[in-house]
Design a protein around this ligand. Structure first.
Ligand code: URA
Length: 230
């Protein structure tokens, strides 16, 4: 067609953005296009699943990269209606590269099964993609550096519901210091898409305090009813 340039046909998403002159991997503050092999600098706000996976696996934004065995990106369906968000990988997760595979993970699987779901049909991720040594709580710089990955995972997935497990994940995700007891029992809204989020107990806590399982069941029922409405 007259007036059209002879730019080669770009079929993939990155190629499309490239054709529009948009650099997905842009160095912060530099204005120039960045090297995708430098995950320390990568801006993942426009990244697709493969790009964000690559950025996470090479991430050295905080000191946790020095002590991890491997990163733990998340697992499940990229078209899942439910997303589960926990705190950070533990020892078993760090070894296997998959979230919630230890004892707490087995209980999480049971909780999901109780509402007719399983780990292959939901998407499970953590706020932190690397294990903090000795399973200590995340430090502020670790959670803030890692946040862009989770935010982009949420955006790409655009789930009907986010189930947040545990006080720390809930406080980090919702940016609050309100207690878990007060965060339960309501639908919070996450991001500009206002994705509903329900907060419940961490399965590791439920293993130590089984008398709280009834409350966790209430939370799951609330989450299920919200997901069905969306
Ligand atoms: N606890 C979490 O919060 N996440 C995991 O992946 C494992 C245990």
């Amino acid at each position: 067609m007259a007036g059209m340039t002879s730019t080669p046909q770009k079929t993939d998403r990155l190629g499309y953005l490239d054709a529009l002159g948009i650099d997905v991997w842009r160095l912060r503050g530099s204005g120039g296009s960045a090297d995708a092999s430098d995950p320390e600098q990568a801006d993942v706000s426009l990244a697709g699943w493969d790009e964000i996976r690559a950025a996470v696996s090479g991430c050295r934004k905080c000191a946790l990269h020095k002590t991890r065995t491997q990163t733990v990106f998340g697992v499940g369906s990229e078209t899942a209606e439910w997303m589960i968000v926990g705190e950070a990988p533990g020892a078993e997760e760090d070894r296997r590269g998959e979230p919630f595979v230890g004892r707490a993970g087995q209980l999480l699987d049971e909780m999901l099964r109780a509402v007719g779901l399983d780990r292959r049909t939901v998407f499970i991720a953590n706020v932190l993609k690397c294990r903090p040594p000795e399973n200590r709580d995340p430090e502020a710089d670790e959670s803030s550096q890692c946040r862009a990955y989770l935010d982009r995972q949420i955006e790409l997935l655009n789930p009907k519901l986010i189930l947040v497990v545990g006080r720390i994940a809930a406080q980090l995700l919702l940016n609050t210091d309100t207690s878990l007891g007060r965060l339960r029992g309501q639908a919070h809204k996450i991001g500009t898409a206002e994705i509903p989020a329900v907060v419940t107990y961490h399965p590791a806590y439920l293993l130590r305090s089984p008398s709280q399982k009834g409350k966790a069941w209430q939370d799951l029922c609330l989450a299920r009813s919200i997901a069905r409405r969306h």
